[in-house]
Design a protein. Structure first.
Length: 341
């Protein structure tokens, strides 16, 4: 398949290219590897991560596919990034420290990885002549109330602003933001299933809690589709449904007992992916929102077919206009389980 060809009716920007994924042995990284190898005809796929055991496990998972390259390294190490990015065309930046409570006890470690490490990725990509970079964000970066969210907000702004001083270079940067991914490592679903099988009560943080829902395959598609449409400076947010946590518990274990354990430090009752103050810069494009940059000195032009969101708009899980009921959640959980087998 030639570079820039179409796959499944979409422009396949990544075909024939060299792609690097930072943090590539996580749940999303593994799903990205599978999709890129199976459906995007990449020439070379570089996995950059810190854990040699995880790399060994993923190598075995993909039968040592000859298109895969493995780099042990930390995004805190600029020289190692320089080496790994040699002749790379596209980058997915997924590496981050992510545990909310751990961040409160180890704040500067999160700054070192999520902020300084992100700057290393930006600088190394520009110097290596990478074409496009998509950085992964989180709902916790919108109106952050914990240190993890604050570091991710910093990283988001750094990647968007990187387009300014990369203006005379070919490299362009965009960000994708979504909430918890169902089916990813650390998901509550398998924990609740195990507790229900043992006849134990399911712990629920707060019965009022709501969350956005996105499946792992949809998250992968959203990230990769962003390479096709980005020009640099966009913060993309998928237009996805919400769920009530109590409905998810009922879908997973019908009739199971539950008990509230209270909101943990730094946790929100409802998720937010686009803040109220960002409404004036938010556009709607079919199934995704585009938060445009505050400044666009590198020549960013908003998409012509996008619709401006009204003043007062925000994208929060409890005020969303799309919801999943218990039956729909049960079907999606079953679908995720079948896909993982």
């Amino acid at each position: 398949m030639a570079r820039g060809s179409r796959s499944g009716g979409k422009l396949n920007t990544l075909a024939g290219s060299s792609v690097l994924i930072t943090g590539g042995t996580g749940s999303l990284g593994k799903a990205l590897i599978r999709e890129l190898l199976d459906n995007h005809s990449v020439r070379r796929l570089v996995v950059f991560s810190r854990d040699e055991l995880k790399q060994l496990e993923v190598r075995r998972m993909f039968d040592d596919d000859p298109r895969l390259r493995w780099f042990i390294g930390d995004i805190r190490d600029r020289k190692r990034l320089d080496r790994a990015l040699h002749n790379v065309d596209y980058v997915v930046h997924a590496a981050a420290l992510k545990q909310v409570d751990t961040a409160e006890y180890n704040p500067f470690e999160y700054v070192e990885t999520n902020v300084r490490g992100s700057q290393n990725v930006i600088d190394a990509c520009i110097d290596a002549g990478v074409k496009k970079v998509v950085a992964l964000s989180t709902d916790k970066a919108s109106s952050p109330i914990n240190l993890y969210g604050a570091t991710k907000l910093c990283a988001d702004r750094m990647f968007i602003s990187a387009n300014h001083y990369a203006a005379s270079y070919p490299t362009r940067f965009s960000v994708v933001r979504y909430g918890n991914v169902m089916g990813s490592r650390g998901s509550i679903v398998p924990i609740w299933k195990q507790l229900a099988a043992e006849g134990r009560s399911l712990p629920i943080t707060d019965s009022r809690m709501t969350r956005f829902w996105i499946t792992l395959p949809k998250a992968v598609d959203f990230v990769l589709d962003s390479f096709d449409m980005m020009t640099g400076g966009e913060l993309y947010v998928p237009r996805i449904p919400s769920m009530r946590v109590v409905d998810l518990a009922e879908a997973i274990a019908p009739g199971a007992a539950t008990h509230e354990i209270g909101i943990r430090p730094g946790e929100k009752l409802h998720e937010e992916m686009i803040a109220l103050d960002d409404a004036r810069r938010t556009l709607l494009m079919d199934t995704r929102y585009v938060v445009t940059p505050h400044l666009s000195g590198w020549g960013y032009t908003p998409p012509a077919d996008a619709m401006q969101m009204p003043d007062g708009f925000s994208f929060q899980s409890h005020t969303n206009d799309q919801w999943l009921d218990v039956d729909q959640l049960r079907d999606l959980v079953t679908e995720e389980e079948m896909a993982g087998r």
